[in-house]
Design a protein around this ligand. Structure first.
Ligand code: ATP
Length: 244
């Protein structure tokens, strides 16, 4: 069953076509990678799918329901949550309090809220930081906190916007393992924007390639990385990209 369906989505900013006629579907439990050059429309696509932007044309369906134009909060309540590239935690709060705030979404009782939030904090590897002020976290920690914030909402679909950016290779591995586990153990459907191709090759079942706001290709990681159009538009732009 398709959990997410995007049909004919278009979005322009003062005549600039950031997205044109974008169609794709994500099956329940699937991991879809989204790649493409800078300015291809990847973040705009997430903004439209998550409700931050209303598309000019087209529809977004989640679990069969039309969620086009609904607020991000309503879409999150329906089970689809996104991460942001720049995590801005509430600075006067601890790591645990930031996660608890997101978990309140589920109207847990006080005890359950604390337990669930602590579980999530442990899960992303921030246990030792739970009671520290969130802004004290290093970049890798802020990335984990952003992931924790979304996991606290118990998403069915997680939209991940470059969760590996700014992490050194040794910091990426545990995040990739966590994402794989989320799918294996909880059946969470993942859609992730990523420039690090090694991560895309490892995690994605299928890859959607955007270029100039249009779907250039969609297929298995092997299919898209050997597609001459994709090499021309994206992978070839930086000789090391394919191996990065
Ligand atoms: N709010 C906005 N107002 C005007 N133009 C915008 C806005 N958001 C995005 N754009 C433009 O839309 C196009 C697509 O941008 P978008 O950020 O979606 O690309 P991207 O693929 O996510 O790029 P990157 O890999 O650099 O993050 C770009 O030309 C960008 O300048």
């Amino acid at each position: 069953m398709n959990l997410v369906e995007v049909k004919g989505v278009g979005k322009s900013f003062r005549g600039l076509h950031a997205l044109s006629d974008v169609d794709f579907a994500v099956a329940e439990g699937e991991i879809l990678g989204v790649i493409g050059p800078n300015g291809a429309g990847k973040t705009t696509l997430f903004n439209v799918v998550s409700g931050a932007l209303r598309p000019d044309t087209g529809r977004v369906h989640l679990a069969g329901a039309d969620v086009t134009g609904r607020s991000p909060d309503r879409i999150a309540r329906a089970g689809m949550v996104r991460t942001f590239q720049l995590m801005r935690p509430f600075s006067s709060m601890t790591v645990l309090e930031n996660v608890s705030l997101a978990a309140q979404h589920h109207r847990f009782g006080a005890k359950e809220l604390r337990k669930h939030s602590l579980d999530v904090v442990e899960r992303v590897g921030l246990g030792p930081w739970a009671h520290r002020a969130a802004p004290d976290l290093p970049t890798a920690g802020l990335k984990r906190l952003e992931l924790a914030r979304t996991l606290a909402m118990r998403p069915k679909v997680l939209l991940l916007d470059e969760v590996l950016a700014g992490l050194v290779p040794a910091e990426r591995e545990p995040v990739l393992d966590l994402l794989a586990t989320l799918r294996e153990q909880e059946g969470v459907t993942l859609v992730f924007i990523e420039h690090i191709m090694a991560a895309v090759m490892r995690l994605a079942d299928r890859v959607l390639v955007l270029d100039q706001g249009r779907v250039l290709a969609v297929g298995s990681p092997e299919e898209v990385t050997s597609d001459p159009r994709v090499i021309d538009a994206y992978l070839g732009e930086e000789p090391t990209r394919a191996e990065a």
